[in-house]
Design a binder for this molecule. Structure first.
Ligand code: SAM
Length: 285
């Protein structure tokens, strides 16, 4: 690229740069611009990030920051920024600090009163949610569940009654047992979206009741391969029913007003979101 902006220096800061989770076309223009202009790139794995940079024709000094050396490496990064450098941090894929290292580095840099600049982009959980069709507005992200069955089931139990969608990351060697545990804890009727290999050649996004997941996996061994985001949809009663008072208010307003306006006013009165109330008006008609 011969854009003149690449010759200008970035302000001294830690630039937290999101990178693709499969399709390299998902890197943002700003991420490329930032990576071209920083003085050095700190990476979770210098080999992985070195390949990414090479693909885009970027050559920078690379420094390794892994979970076990994050604190001491942070001291070096702070030293570089204090000396006037712009430093990028990238994890292997997606957004740093989301089920990835980076949070400790960021905390240390902020504690040293150096600037931290997010350069946002892809995250697997956002990609999965965007295509899952969950109807609830609220969702919670758990990241990876505990690997052992006991703690995993306990973690699921703690979340079972929450009135929102639940998002998890999972590895191929555990996807079957995790979906089996979810079926047991959440009940077979609860809907789930299994998003696999997002943005890659074998991307698949399937929504089904949890009870159907064991048979679905058994039907094709390929369905358990790759990287997974699992989205458990909100309990059905949350999606269908409002609380009695919200329904009463909505009922009165919807008798006099068009649904969008009824939902807007009901949201102001009840404190629920307009989107939730609008969905309720549609279900009532
Ligand atoms: N920081 C990353 C992000 O922002 O998405 C996540 C890193 S975490 C170590 C890796 C996990 O993210 C994988 O085990 C998988 O659960 C999920 N993941 C990453 N890439 C994915 C993809 N292309 N399709 C589905 N899930 C993916």
């Amino acid at each position: 690229m011969n854009d003149a902006s690449h010759d200008t220096r970035l302000l001294p800061a830690l630039y937290v740069v999101a990178t693709p989770i499969g399709n390299l076309g998902d890197i943002t223009l700003r991420a490329l611009d930032t990576l071209r202009r920083v003085d050095r790139v700190a990476a979770e794995d210098t080999r992985v990030s070195g390949q990414l940079l090479a693909h885009f024709g970027i050559r920078k000094p690379l420094v390794s920051i892994r979970e076990h050396n994050e604190r001491e490496a942070a001291e070096r990064v702070i030293g570089w920024i204090a000396a006037g450098e712009a430093v990028a941090y990238v994890s292997d894929a997606g957004t740093p600090a989301i089920s990835d290292p980076g949070a400790r580095l960021v905390a240390a840099v902020r504690a040293a009163e150096c600037a931290v600049v997010p350069v946002p982009g892809v995250s697997a959980v956002a990609a999965a949610l965007s295509a899952a069709g969950v109807e609830s507005d609220a969702w919670l992200f758990h990241g990876f569940l505990p690997p052992k069955p006991g703690p995993r089931q306990a973690a699921l139990q703690a979340w079972a009654a929450l009135p929102c969608a639940l998002a998890f990351y999972e590895a191929p060697h555990r996807i079957a047992e995790t979906l089996a545990d979810m079926t047991q804890v959440f009940g077979g009727a609860r809907m789930v979206t299994v998003a696999r290999e997002l943005t890659k050649k074998f991307e698949s996004i399937e929504t089904m009741p949890l009870a159907g997941t064991a048979g679905w996996l058994a039907d094709d061994a390929n369905r358990a391969r790759g990287e997974f985001v699992v989205i458990v949809h909100a309990p059905a009663d949350v999606l269908v029913a409002g609380d009695a008072e919200s329904l009463r208010v909505l009922d009165i307003l919807a008798g006099e007003l068009p649904p969008p306006l009824a939902a807007k006013l009901a949201a102001k009165i009840t404190g629920r979101t307009k989107a939730e109330l609008y969905r309720m008006t549609l279900k009532q008609t």
